[in-house]
Design a protein around this ligand. Sequence first.
Ligand SMILES: Cc1cc2nc3c(=O)[nH]c(=O)nc-3n(C[C@H](O)[C@H](O)[C@H](O)COP(=O)(O)O)c2cc1C
Length: 777
Amino acid sequence: MSERLPHDLNCLTISELQKHAAVMMDKQTRDYYNEGSDSGSTLQENLDAYAKYRIRPRVLRDVSKIDTSVNIFGHKNSIPLGVAPTAMQRLAHSDGELATARACKKMGIAMGLSSFATTTLEEVAEANGDNPHVLQLYLFEERDHSIKLLKRAKEAGYKAVFLTVDTPILGRRNLEIRNQFKLPAHFKIPNFEGQGDNQPDAEAEQRGQGATRRGSEAGYTDSDGNRVVPKGPITFHSHAANPTLSWERDIEWLKKECGDEMQVWVKGIATAEDALLAVHHGVDGIVVSNHGGRQLNGALATLDALPEVVAAVQGKIPVHVDGGIRHGTDVFKALALGADFVWIGRPVLWGLAYKGQAGVELCLRLLSDEIRLAMGLAGVTKVEEITKEYLVKIDKSGFVARFLSPNQSHTKRTEADCSSAPFATRIDAHNPTSTMPAPARSRPLKKDFFSQTFKGQKPVVFSENARPSTIPPHIRHLAWSSTGAALATTSGSKVRIWNPDRPNVKSSQELLGHVGSVEKLVWNPTREGEIATTGNDGTVKLWDVRVGPGAHNKAVPVKEIALGDGGLFLAWSPTGQHLVAGRRDDVIVPIDVRMGAMGNTEDLTMQEGRKLGSAQTNQMAFSNSGREVFATTGEGTVKVLDWPSMTLLHTLNAHTSAAYSVQHSPNGDFVAVGGGDSLVTLWDTTDWVCKHTLSNMTGSIHCLSFSFDGTYICGAHGMDKDGDKGIHVACAQTGETVHTFDTTHIINVLAWHPLRYWLAYAGDTGGVKVIGLGSNL
Ligand SMILES: Cc1cc2nc3c(=O)[nH]c(=O)nc-3n(C[C@H](O)[C@H](O)[C@H](O)COP(=O)(O)O)c2cc1C
């Protein structure tokens, strides 16, 4: 459709549109629309962030039919982009929001309407017709106004409210202050007309003081510490900011008010922590936004914040992003980093200023054409095909880092995976064949082919000694880093980081610092290169292997904390924020490890430890969402606890003797529990019934591992001498054994690679072995 219209030869790009708009607007409007807060650095970084990525185009893919459409709010949107809510559009053009709504309708593009629009929400809904429209909401301290607005929005058919959450206080926009910004008297904020505890001051209107009318006053806390709510007619400056909003009280309230008729989204999320809270509080979607750089200056660019939000949300609710999108390739990049949809703010205002409705249509058409072009030239024909495989990131020194392919939504990787892995993800631009993490396997291996596929696969051995002895080394634990770019093992008091591409001890790094034997090690799931260990010496140590080894490839911990008794196990929460450590005396110790805190000694705080009842606690693991932890007990049960409160949610009567190991499958289908009765039980996580019992092993099952896709599971025996040799691989969905890997000794620990069917195990002669390594399995 759009590509058949003739070009506007004066305006072929959004940047040309901005220039045309600039001359059409008066200074006050131009400054109000274009500026960011303070120095404007976040506004600029929103734009610049896109230049850090490059597209990896694929060719010979028949792109003759490209479908740029996506589904949003039950409607087909012609492109994965909508018009973000921006206040007071009649400043740009006398038709204001009506022109925007008509253009959106014509182009089949969703529209967001600001509460502080200069047109009523009903008029906009009518002009936008069947096309989806959402209402941006500033939730006021005086709820009556919000209740009225929500009722009207429901009646007018708004699909969702976007609660703006990045405005507890208004950002400081200096040009707005200097220009003494005022909404000219002939414009109104009609959604609130006649509301507020004062009617508009007619005299002030005459003087043109619409936005700063006498009688309008922002809320404040008085000298006695009491909150005084905003006063007077409702204006953006007095009422938009609400510092009292909180997750617990207000999201619940809003959800109730919106009922089933309107979804509740939060706009202005920029961290994994808040994304998890949004999921926890049951919102319908998230817009990663920093208000177009108009609120907290110095905040991260939205594109840079997006990956951690996507990783935290794990596909449970949609994640949208706005800020700095000016090209079709920007849209492509945001989607490749995991956004489901994007929104644009200023470009639409520029279109409006340039030519009213026709200008907005032009803006949307330019971006539509560019999105189609980007998709075709990158070799994709459908929006859902746009993944991280199509992106690389370029750092300041020109290094190109390739992303892992997000073949499963629940394991979408954070940006940190790409940029800061210790040895594998930095790819020298001049030597692209140098080390990098194995790309993710895209299709599951069918169980009927499992045995046949692994036949003839010889394990690669990682040995500490040049001439491996016939006695198996005493490796207590092993774990892959979150991208699989490194493999860590513990033996005695040593921790060793292996480079999977170089199976020799010289290429490994030794972490020295523990005094007694190291019992457990865990990698930070969100920041590649950070590792935590615990052991008999009663400490938890944090290491950053990106810092690089010191002399003789030996590194020392960057931080440590005394547990008060020998450490038995550790688990790292999926957000990377918390560790939970288990002591020998069964006391559980939560440790707060804030993101990015490795270099800062202030940030490691141990909370008070506690016992989970009288039974022994053997191991703990987080659920994929991080909202629960599972604890195996000496009584054979698994306690499912809320995190971080650690209140008991369920108890699974999993085994007749002690339960040892526990893991949530990566696809979320099962919780697997290994016991002293030689059984592995697989529990359905929706109704908590035991779906399968794997009985193909002997001895206690101290260690469990699901393959990256949750399809296969196998177990190992810890230091138990009673188990059988060999590794039995079972299909998680059916419980049947699909293959047995032969081993010379009892295997005490094993772990599947996080992205491929590569299995690392220890207990056999020679050293740690990895089956499948380097293959395309
Ligand atoms: C002039 C202007 C007014 C805005 N008004 C609102 C608003 O009323 N409510 C809101 O949630 N966001 C508002 N925003 C933020 C936008 O919804 C959006 O987050 C931002 O413009 C996206 O960045 P971009 O302009 O770089 O595309 C406004 C942005 C601008 C530029």
